[in-house]
Design a binder for this molecule. Sequence first.
Ligand code: UT7
Length: 325
Amino acid sequence: MTVRRSVVRGVGAYLPARVMTNEELSRKVATDDAWIQQRTGIRERHLAAEGEYTSHLGIAAARAALANAKMSADAIDLVVLATSTPDQTFPATAVTIQAELGILKGAAFDVQAVCSGFVYALATADLFLRSGSFQRALVIGAETFSRLLDWSDRTTCVLFGDGAGALVLEAEEQPGTMKDRGVLTTQLRSDGRYREKLYVDGGPSTTGTTGHLHMEGREVFRYAVGMITDVVDAAFSATGYGANDIDWFVPHQANRRIIDGSAKKLGIAPEKIVITVDRHANTSAASIPLALAQAAGDGRIKSGNLVLLEAMGGGFTWASALVRW
Ligand code: UT7
């Protein structure tokens, strides 16, 4: 008996032109390149220009993904955007992207799960495609975290960057085994008891302002590897796969030490890890699709490869997915 799967048709990304190096940052706050590289692996980040919004980044990434899929925008009937930095409080930034791409059917909405947002958006789109509600989805992660930063706080402003990435998914009948192409499993978790460890101190219903990002970095770090490995183990249990079966490990790019620590604990070989945190910093919901676009674009990720995604961030939220490309 065949089953409907959400198969990846294309991937694309967009990074704003402006690059800020650690050296440039060290002229603004009391930090230095050696500290940032040693603690995080970050060398530089991209920053959106004045007047360049999350929707602009998302539209550019979506166009690149559609071109990669050789598909026109009017084939899309679902747009799910993962972002914590929408253009406006409402409407959803996804509807701006939908309109600018000229999509006149189906539905578009935002998903907010901070750094885990892309995996949450992927899981949401996958359920809609597999249920038969929609046929072809754009799943986008787009962020302008630079707008949430307190640029005088060295403990946070060195860590984040702006960018966007997108996948085109299409529902397709597959044989119904774990050798199928497409999204094989998604695993989502949250625990709101940790919500004050990483948060923004503003919002429409509280302060009426946007607010700034605050993080107890050491605390987030303390939980990260355990949560990531638990949710990856859940994806392995759901599919019967293990670390040796993975072709590519594409983690959320927050900190090189968290990525390496998680891979080591899971037993994933270092040469299978896709790293972009050095050049992008933490772009929250955009980091996984940016890394996917990089590794598929340079020929590392190929059709048929088994790709493991994971993320952890504010909420806390954490999530994983196994996708056969
Ligand atoms: O996307 C998911 C959410 N975010 C994360 O996953 C981030 C998780 N956390 C981290 O990545 C790390 O905890 C950080 C990179 C944020 C910090 O690294 P750390 O090794 O945990 O450093 P720390 O917070 O323990 O700080 C060590 C020292 C402190 O000085 P004292 O108190 O030891 O004198 C900080 O004040 O480093 C100081 N420090 C800095 N020094 C230079 C903090 N930020 C900086 C800085 N430059 N930018």
